[in-house]
Design a protein around this ligand. Structure first.
Ligand SMILES: [Zn+2]
Ligand SMILES: [Zn+2]
Length: 190
């Protein structure tokens, strides 16, 4: 028996209409490229939005896990709350629940007047949370990836930046490719 586990299927689930189908497909192709070592198949799926403006991220991941199962990225325009973070600031751009293989991201706090920038931010947050799905951890070293920008797993000090500055200085500065050590980890472990 091969020691190598089979490559995964990744389900991208659009919750309501936080982005167009075309934008979802363009995100999928970038995600496919970044995870080409570990993801073989993609499914684009739809999920009825919960109809609330704020939602507990963990609850949303559990609902998606129940309905679809497996490796999932859920995309919503609802504001995501994570009360497990020991911080007074409980809103998150994205979240990976450790109890399942589900990551969720929100368009709510990363909007720009330029729609292409909003989409780029959504993609970068998605790559980060999906990185957690496949076992990657944060690094604070501002490791440039092959495209010369920060690796998607780069994490800044949120409390030092504040929300708007964090989006501009950390999220916008990330690229679409993982750094060498993250890629090596993905190849070896998945
Ligand atoms: Zn993270
Ligand atoms: Zn990295």
């Amino acid at each position: 028996m091969s020691r190598r586990r089979s490559l995964s299927t990744l389900k991208l689930v659009r919750i309501g209409e936080p982005l167009s189908r075309l934008e979802l497909e363009s995100m999928a192709s970038r995600i496919r490229e970044a995870f080409r070592d570990v993801v073989r198949r993609f499914q684009l799926l739809e999920y009825q939005p919960p109809g609330v403006e704020q939602i507990e991220a963990g609850l949303l991941t559990q609902a998606l896990e129940q309905d679809f199962g497996g490796h999932i990225l859920g995309i919503t325009d609802a504001d995501l709350l994570d009360r497990s973070v020991p911080d007074f600031f409980n809103f998150v751009f994205g979240c990976k629940d450790n109890r399942n293989h589900v990551a969720v991201v929100s368009t709510h706090r990363i909007q720009s007047r330029d729609p292409s920038r909003s989409l780029a931010r959504l993609l970068k947050v998605s790559l980060h949370e999906l990185g957690h799905n496949f076992g990657l951890v944060h690094h604070y070293s501002y490791e440039p990836a092959v495209d010369g920008r920060y690796c998607p797993m780069t994490k800044g000090d949120f409390n030092r930046h504040g929300e708007r500055s964090y989006v501009r200085s950390v999220i916008d500065a990330r690229g679409y490719h993982f750094c060498d050590s993250c890629r090596r980890f993905l190849r070896l472990t998945n």
